[in-house]
Design a protein around this ligand. Sequence first.
Ligand code: FE2
Ligand code: FE2
Length: 278
Amino acid sequence: MKIIQLDPSLTYRPEPENYLYRNYKYGPLVDRVKMTYTLMHKYQTLQFVKDKHVQWCTRTHRRMSVMEALSLLDNLVDESDPDVDFPNSFHAYQTAEAIRKVHPEKGWFQLVGLIHDIGKILALDNEPQWSVVGDTFPVGCKFQQSIVFSDTTFKDNADTNDPIFSTKYGIYKPNCGLENVLMSWGHDEYLYKVLTFNDCTIPEKGLYMIRFHSFYPWHTGGDYQHLCNEKDHKMLPWVKEFNKFDLYTKTEELPNIETLRPYYQSLIDKYCPGELKW
Ligand SMILES: [Fe+2]
Ligand SMILES: [Fe+2]
């Protein structure tokens, strides 16, 4: 059964009424965005994702603190994002500060807002952006229409005509749970794996938000219910709660990072201190 999700922005919309986020049809950045998704949908196959897990889940690439990783995002502009054209580090603080206003007592949630995109440092280690950023989707089963640009971009994907991978369930059992589904490779899964490997104490719902925040075909499109289990249904409201801050805080008004840093350092020290293995 497909459930159409309510727009998560209903309770949080600081943007002007006529501003349209996630507009993939027109706008100054649309060509760059479409090129990123075209490459992503051509090359992200089941085998590609398995290879990326092997390549990036060794935890031997870097040793650095969360704050250091965050600073690296000063050098990264997300080429899949039609809404912003400034370094990702600003987006981190914008998201965290908006969560802090609405959830002042939930330090762990604010921290999730701050760090949710730091897996994008993959792009600074020679990983192409189409293997790092953008909306995610399951591989090993049929690519659904709720995936952005999917009407044209999957025709050259090697899995599109595979007799198993092209079926609704593909390699998965009904309602197997998203934790058991291989998602297209990107910054969500990478950071989730880094945090769990390093024994970070962010609550499970926070880790879940990080792992699936880019899975728009599910949390906003309402698709892939046939792969979800009870836990996914229970976690969905948290992912949607996070999503509205991730999306609707993207404004050109940039925060003063220097003054905010000490507060967020204290959250990092509490939940994921010291040097992490990446
Ligand atoms: Fe993200
Ligand atoms: Fe984000």
